[in-house]
Design a protein around this ligand. Structure first.
Ligand code: URP
Ligand code: ZN
Ligand code: ZN
Length: 470
């Protein structure tokens, strides 16, 4: 089957130009002016923008947490992603006691429902000689990334010595270490103290996870990367000082890269003081306006490399069902921590919101250019995570993952518009200008306006190889 998209304006990470795109089967085969094809379906994209499908490097689908599970699985989360223009998503495998192969198998099973293409990162949350010896086997499984945590003591955290050893092994094997940077000891101490004093409201989540901890952990991780000569990617950067540390390290040639997420650009810890503040609980927490501003600046000047979502949704009130594809579904959510902020599941929705929200409130406001938008939401994650140019590129030979974007479409955004399987949206009531109109996954039209044409099983596992350091 062939599709010819005519008269669109193509936006890549580096250029903006008018051209036609010819798709044959799953691939882009030609890009140029005045293309013709005898039997192709023709789509007139006059007045529309065409971009590579988004690549979300950081999501948590079907993730068990506390006494529940993140409320989007690999079907519902992927469907929501597609409506927002994202055609590839990477989520994190929980490391079970049985080891990597078993853990990856479990995640593969969950992902059989996939509706867009996907790949996995491995949470490196235990470390011993056996695990160390098995790390290279992940590369054979197409997983070139290990996530380490400097927080969540007693659950996910590794000590610095083991993080350093993981970096040495990653360096030897062409792998990338992703780091969650907060100060676990300070968080634990403050949490015990405030609970003893009877403080249980959501705002204490932010006040027990200070931004200085994120800053010190970022510098520590960058320092270890320098000492191991390893490549490192700091996930969900949230604090101004973290951007300063990233800049400091990068200026000294350390192979360290940074990701931020929309929630850290648009919200502050003040959100947690609202009556429904639990909706904004995630780790690390939101910070202050000067942090939002420094993160935007870091995107504007290229200190940061990507914008992921850390999509990890929970219902605000999981006792009440919502309708999803004609069925009622309720999943326990933030109400689990009604009387104690430490019991509120950490995480929030965003996989669909990322690109439309950033387009209106990032590109239209001049924080980033349209080309940077493509770089941060698609091309750079594809490069860093070993998927480029199959993903993140408008070139012949690339997968035909495309978004035809209508820059004139206006809408009032919110939960009613979203396919994320939860009962709230952080961007409720915001006016948007510009929205995905058609989305293609490997040549197949999966979103056409408000119509869902994709299905469970459409998504393929992407084996990744060594990525680039940007
Ligand atoms: O609150 C969040 N972000 N939950 C997901 C886990 C993580 O650390 O990314
Ligand atoms: Zn994290
Ligand atoms: Zn995460």
């Amino acid at each position: 089957m062939s599709t010819l998209i005519k008269n669109g304006t193509l936006i890549t990470a580096s250029d903006t130009f008018e051209a036609d795109i010819l798709i044959e089967g799953e691939l882009i085969v030609q890009i140029g002016k005045n293309l013709a094809h005898p039997n192709a379906d023709i789509i007139d994209a006059n007045g529309k923008l065409i971009m590579p499908g988004g690549v979300d490097p950081h999501v948590h689908l079907d993730l068990p947490m506390f006494d529940t599970v993140s409320s989007d699985n690999h079907y519902t989360g992927h469907k929501a992603a597609a409506f927002g223009g994202t055609t590839t998503a990477m989520d994190f495998v929980v490391l079970e006691m049985e080891g990597f192969a078993h853990s990856v198998d479990l995640w593969m099973k969950k992902a059989e429902k996939a509706a867009i293409d996907y790949s996995f990162h491995m949470n490196l949350t235990q470390f011993n000689n056996k695990i160390a010896a098995e790390i290279p086997s992940l590369m054979e499984m197409g997983i070139q990334t290990l996530k380490v945590f400097t927080a969540y003591n007693g659950r996910l955290r590794l000590d610095d010595g083991n993080i350093f050893k993981a970096m040495q092994i990653a360096k030897e094997n062409g792998m990338l270490v992703m780091a969650h940077c907060e100060n676990g000891d300070v968080i634990d101490t403050l949490t015990q103290q405030v609970l003893a004093d009877g403080h249980t409201d959501p705002i204490w989540h932010a006040w027990t996870r200070p931004s200085w901890g994120a800053v010190d952990a970022t510098l520590r991780v960058a320092g270890m990367a320098a000492e191991a000569d390893a490549s490192v990617y700091i996930v969900h950067m949230n604090a101004a000082g973290e951007v300063d540390m990233l800049k400091y390290a990068r200026e000294r040639g350390v192979k360290v890269m940074g990701e931020t997420c929309p929630q850290y650009l648009f919200f502050t810890e003040d959100a947690l003081e609202r009556e429904d503040g639990a909706k904004w609980i995630c780790s690390p927490p939101m910070r202050k306006e000067q942090d939002n501003a420094r993160l935007w600046q870091g995107l504007h000047n290229g200190t940061l490399q990507t914008i992921g979502t850390d999509h990890c949704p929970f219902y605000f009130d999981g006792t009440k069902p919502i309708m999803y594809e004609g069925k009622e579904i309720a999943i326990p959510g933030k109400e689990l921590g009604k009387y104690n902020f430490t019991k509120i599941p950490n995480g929030l929705p965003g996989i669909q919101d990322r690109m439309p929200i950033l387009w209106t409130y990032g590109v239209q406001t001049g924080h980033i250019t349209a080309n940077q938008f493509v770089a941060y939401t698609s091309t750079n994650p594809a490069k860093i995570f070993g998927l480029y140019p199959r993903k993140g590129a408008l070139v012949p030979g690339a997968d035909a993952d495309l978004v035809i974007w209508d820059p004139e479409r206006t809408l009032k955004y919110g939960v009613a518009h979203s396919h994320q399987r939860t009962d709230y949206n952080l961007y409720e009531g915001l006016d948007l200008k510009g929205y995905p109109e058609k989305v293609f996954l490997r040549g197949k039209l999966i979103v056409d306006g408000e119509k869902w044409l994709g299905k469970s099983g459409d998504g393929q596992f992407l084996k990744r190889s060594e990525g680039e350091v940007l």
